[in-house]
Design a protein around this ligand. Structure first.
Ligand code: HEC
Ligand code: HEC
Ligand code: HEC
Ligand code: HEC
Ligand code: HEC
Ligand code: HEC
Ligand code: HEC
Ligand code: HEC
Length: 301
């Protein structure tokens, strides 16, 4: 069920029944797309919205819990089950125009291609409930103390506030962020001005799609927006900077001005000593505990 009969509902008096979305007698999606994730979701959904007076009818494609074919996987928005009916919501409207999905005039979305029901449980009519962080931050202790990471203000946890480095450093005190601010990085060369926080590289909350060390597959500062960053190994193929395409390497994707190791592909991995470090374990020299600067090592065994 998905309706306005919920405390805090804000879009007037509307309602759906189970059979608005489901046909309990047939796996229509599986039949239409030769897939197996059907969940008895209809192939063609019709909805009369009594608040807006709109009659909405669309073919929807729902074939997977994440990525292509999932709840809301990008364009065409009106063919996604979690967007087709929405004309007023702050995220995921059927024409892609939700105010909460835009930043600086361009579409950024709200967890596109992710499993929405992690945070919008079916049992709560798809209203947002929060969800829990992914492993290893999903022990009973974490699950009942979200404010170990999230910002608390006036006795309430503000889940939408960006998590400051100091909260992560409560437990990971030795790790430093990546910044030119001399107060936080005494080794910065002063050649560049930049400030990258823990949660710009790491995402403890949402699935990182197989990456190591909770490293984000999408990084907001990538020089080529939307790049798919892959990190599955410490050295060699799949590692921190393993050669082209450089926009998909965690230690290159953001770099536009460095003298080598650039995300736009205009440079390579050759350092001032003439050695090409493509596929090397960068942290042997670029210490995570010294803001990724050279004078040390934070390499793991
Ligand atoms: C707005 C569309 C919509 C409505 C209305 C709806 N469902 Fe669902 N239902 C879904 C989607 C989408 C899934 C797939 C959820 C997932 O993969 O996590 C689903 C999954 C399910 C499942 C599979 C178990 C699960 O959670 O994955 C059952 C059972 C189910 N729905 C029953 C119902 C019943 C009973 C009602 C009415 C009380 C209902 N649904 C109303 C969209 C809807
Ligand atoms: C059959 C139509 C329909 C489908 C399918 C649908 N919704 Fe909705 N939803 C609505 C309507 C109508 C509203 C009210 C806002 C509006 O009209 O845009 C709404 C509002 C919401 C809201 C805001 C509710 C509030 O009052 O704060 C959330 C969250 C939401 N939908 C999540 C989902 C998710 C997640 C899915 C996919 C599982 C989904 N919706 C699929 C019809 C639908
Ligand atoms: C990490 C948890 C999380 C995930 C994953 C997530 N959401 Fe949300 N969503 C929230 C929270 C919290 C809110 C309320 C605050 C806000 O509007 O950002 C919200 C708000 C919304 C709203 C706007 C409701 C309104 O007030 O108008 C819609 C619609 C919505 N989500 C749909 C989705 C869909 C569709 C997906 C999957 C593609 C998704 N969400 C994934 C947590 C999540
Ligand atoms: C280890 C740190 C950590 C823990 C513990 C944690 N979170 Fe998160 N959470 C994050 C990060 C980082 C994000 C930002 C994810 C993103 O935007 O990609 C986030 C995002 C969210 C969002 C989406 C907010 C928005 O509007 O975008 C919700 C809701 C949320 N967390 C709920 C919870 C709940 C509920 C708990 C406890 C059960 C919890 N989190 C525990 C790190 C954590
Ligand atoms: C309350 C303590 C605590 C807080 C707060 C915390 N973590 Fe963790 N974190 C842990 C523990 C415990 C582990 C597992 C042991 C380890 O790897 O050190 C861990 C592991 C990790 C890992 C390694 C995961 C892996 O796959 O090996 C990363 C990355 C990480 N945390 C990032 C963060 C970030 C980013 C934040 C802030 C948003 C954060 N943590 C907040 C306790 C914490
Ligand atoms: C520029 C991107 C970036 C930033 C910013 C960043 N990290 Fe990392 N972090 C990494 C990479 C890459 C690794 C994987 C290192 C490796 O391969 O061993 C890592 C590994 C880790 C680990 C796992 C270490 C282990 O024991 O396996 C933890 C914990 C961690 N980071 C915490 C943090 C915290 C806390 C912050 C902020 C103070 C932070 N990181 C900022 C990129 C970053
Ligand atoms: C989220 C974006 C981002 C990621 C990820 C990132 N960097 Fe950077 N880094 C920057 C920015 C921005 C600069 C400033 C130069 C520029 O704009 O190209 C920079 C500069 C540097 C510098 C020169 C610093 C100075 O002060 O002279 C080094 C060294 C460096 N990065 C190493 C790394 C390593 C190693 C990794 C992988 C662990 C990494 N970077 C990942 C954004 C990032
Ligand atoms: C053997 C030690 C060593 C290893 C391994 C290493 N670096 Fe470096 N790196 C340095 C030194 C020394 C400098 C400063 C001189 C220079 O620019 O070559 C540097 C500088 C940099 C800079 C900054 C260039 C600028 O514009 O100031 C970046 C970016 C960088 N390295 C990325 C990487 C990446 C990515 C890796 C892993 C593939 C890596 N490094 C591996 C030693 C190392």
């Amino acid at each position: 069920m998905h309706s306005s009969i919920v405390v805090g509902a804000k879009y007037g008096n509307w309602d759906t029944s189970c059979t608005t979305c489901h046909n309990p007698h047939q796996q229509e999606q599986n039949l239409a797309y030769k897939t197996t994730y059907g969940k008895y979701i209809k192939e063609y959904i019709c909805f009369d919205n009594p608040v807006t007076g709109l009659n909405i009818q669309e073919f929807v494609k729902f074939t997977a819990p994440t990525g292509t074919g999932s709840f809301a996987d990008g364009v065409p928005y009106n063919e996604n089950v979690c967007e087709m009916c929405h004309t007023q919501t702050n995220h995921h409207r059927r024409d892609g125009s939700a105010p909460g999905d835009a930043k600086g005039g361009s579409y950024v979305g709200h967890f596109d291609g992710k499993k929405c029901t992690d945070c919008h449980p079916h049992a709560d009519g798809f209203y947002p409930s929060g969800g829990v962080a992914q492993s290893p931050h999903n022990t009973a202790f974490f699950n009942s103390n979200c404010q170990l990471c999230h910002v608390e203000s006036g006795g309430r946890v503000d889940f939408s506030a960006k998590i400051p480095d100091t909260n992560c450093q409560r437990c990971h005190g030795e790790r430093d962020a990546h910044t030119s601010d001399p107060a936080r990085n005494e080794f910065a060369t002063g050649n560049y001005t930049y400030s990258i926080m823990c949660v710009d590289c790491h995402d403890p909350m949402i699935s990182v799609e197989g990456n190591r060390k909770l490293l984000r597959p999408q990084i907001e500062f990538s020089v080529i927006p939307g790049s798919n960053v892959v990190n599955t190994k410490r050295i060699g193929p799949g590692s921190l900077a393993d050669g082209p395409p450089r926009n998909e390497n965690i230690c290159e994707t953001c770099h536009a001005n460095t003298s080598h190791n650039k995300g736009d592909g205009t440079g390579n991995g050759v350092h001032a000593d003439g050695i090409n470090y493509d596929g090397a374990y960068c942290m042997l020299c670029h210490d995570h505990n010294k803001s990724f600067m050279v004078p040390g090592t934070s390499a793991e065994e």
